[in-house]
Structure formats: structure tokens, C-alpha cells
Design a protein around this ligand. Structure first.
Ligand SMILES: [Zn+2]
Length: 259
């Protein structure tokens, strides 16, 4: 029996990186789910997707999973070469604006921090969703993964080319090819907040939309990935305001404000 070491080619450019680690979108979803399930199996504290307990050791477990599942062990191989332990993980309860951060110390050590309180503030309502790096995350663990993926990209870029910036094309190319990220910010945005910013739509907004060639008017009752619009209808179920409505699920981009 022969075994292959699956050597990683030299990574001199973004193109090399993409060749070595780039994945199709289906593959990304599969591997991200694999990380998700493995963390739930291995963690002593994180017992459910909307976890209420987590330790910094869980970030270390997640990192190892990402290293194996997405990078074929390449990240730890480079980190181990230095002999010391150059990477540490921290959960911050004070960070409130960014979901995560990546810091390079003068000593050459790296630290990845995740804003744990920001995660706890999300997903309090059962059906809420959060957008992180362009990915719609349905629970805390998925949001944490998306935050960590961004910070791991910072680490990978630093290990390869000593500098890193998520504002630049190289970083964006890396994060997109490995993780499918379409945005590269440290923010965490709930879908209802995003709907207000991008479309001027919030719960209660009067809207109109087209459906099967007909125009309807109603108001927004809930926002998740799409908006739930209630349209008055004599045969619809009775709602608590005493009116009967039919319910439509409409993509946010298909709604226009109604007079
Ligand atoms: Zn960044």
C-alpha cells in the first residue's frame, strides 16, 4: 500500500493559492457543514447551534477543523515550523462593533478574537438571521464560523505574504475562493437591520409587489431572508388586529414602498 503526502505546491501568488485551496460553492457548503457537525460533537460547552456557552478552546477546535477540512493541514504545518505556539484565541465580551479581529504582535505571535457578546445578542428571536461576510447565517454557530473564516483568511494571507488587508483584492480573492465570502467586513448585521439599510423596508412598512402578473399591496409583518407580506383578503385567516389576510413570502428586492 502506498500513501500520498498530497504535497502542497508553492504558493507564490493568489492564483497559486486558488489552485491549492479554491473550492466550488457546493463543496464549500459541504465542508462548512462538516466543521459545524464536528464542533458540536467535539465541544464540551457548545451543545447546540444557538449555543449559550462557549470557551476559547472551542475556537481552537474550530481552527483545527478548518485547517484539516479546508487547508489540508497547511496552516498548522506553517505555524508549527516556528517551534513555538504562535497562534492564540480569545473571546471578548467588550468588543461590540466587530464580530472578530486578527492581531499580529511585534513578537511575531498572532491572536484571533471573537466578539462573543455580539453573537449572544443575535438569534434571540427564533427565525432571525444574520449576514456575515455576505453569508446568511441561521444560527450562532454558523455566524461564528463565518467570523472565524474571515480571521483565518487574515492569518493565511499573513503567513504567505506577511501583510494582510481585507480591503484589498488579494484578500477578497482568497476569502471568496476558499469560503465563498462576497463581503469582507467585520460587521454582523441582522437581516431586518439590513432590510432597512438596503431597501428602506421594516416591519410595518406598506409595500406593493407583483405576483403571477398581478399587483398586490400589503404590509410587512416579518423579515427573515424574505419579507412576509400580509395582504387583506376576505378568505384569509383572521389576525389579531381583526382583519383577514393572505400571507406572501416576497424577496426584499421585489418589494416597492406603497403610498
Ligand atoms: Zn478583516
Amino acid at each position: 500500500m502506498t500513501i500520498n503526502a498530497d504535497p502542497i505546491p508553492r504558493l507564490d501568488s493568489l492564483e497559486d493559492f486558488k489552485k491549492a485551496f479554491g473550492l466550488s460553492s457546493t463543496d464549500i457548503v459541504k465542508r462548512r457543514n462538516q466543521v459545524f457537525t464536528s464542533l458540536l460533537n467535539q465541544s464540551k460547552k457548545v451543545s447546540q447551534p444557538n449555543f449559550c456557552r462557549i470557551g476559547s478552546e472551542d475556537l481552537a477546535i474550530l481552527f483545527d477543523l478548518y485547517d484539516r477540512i479546508f487547508f489540508k493541514g497547511w496552516l498548522s504545518e506553517i505555524l508549527d515550523r516556528s517551534g513555538q505556539k504562535p497562534l492564540s484565541f480569545r473571546l471578548s465580551t467588550k468588543m461590540t462593533r466587530k464580530g472578530g479581529s486578527f492581531v499580529i504582535y511585534r513578537s511575531g505571535k498572532f491572536q484571533i478574537t471573537v466578539a462573543v457578546n455580539l453573537l449572544y445578542q443575535q438569534f434571540k428571536k427564533s427565525k432571525s438571521a444574520v449576514i456575515v461576510n455576505g453569508l446568511t447565517c441561521a444560527n450562532r454557530l454558523t455566524a461564528l464560523q463565518a467570523v472565524l473564516e474571515h480571521e483565518i483568511t487574515h492569518l493565511a494571507e499573513t503567513l504567505l505574504w506577511t501583510r494582510t488587508s481585507c480591503k484589498k483584492a488579494q484578500f477578497k480573492g482568497m476569502a471568496h475562493s476558499v469560503f465563498g465570502h462576497t463581503e469582507h467586513v467585520h460587521k454582523m448585521l441582522t437581516t431586518d437591520r439590513l432590510a432597512v439599510i438596503e431597501y428602506g423596508i421594516e416591519v410595518g412598512t406598506k409595500v406593493s409587489f407583483g405576483f403571477k402578473g398581478q399587483e398586490y399591496q400589503g404590509f410587512v409583518n416579518r423579515i427573515t431572508k424574505r419579507a412576509t407580506v400580509l395582504v387583506k383578503h376576505t378568505e384569509g385567516p383572521l389576525y389579531s388586529d381583526g382583519h383577514r389576510y393572505k400571507k406572501y413570502l416576497v424577496p426584499l428586492g421585489d418589494l416597492s414602498p406603497a403610498p
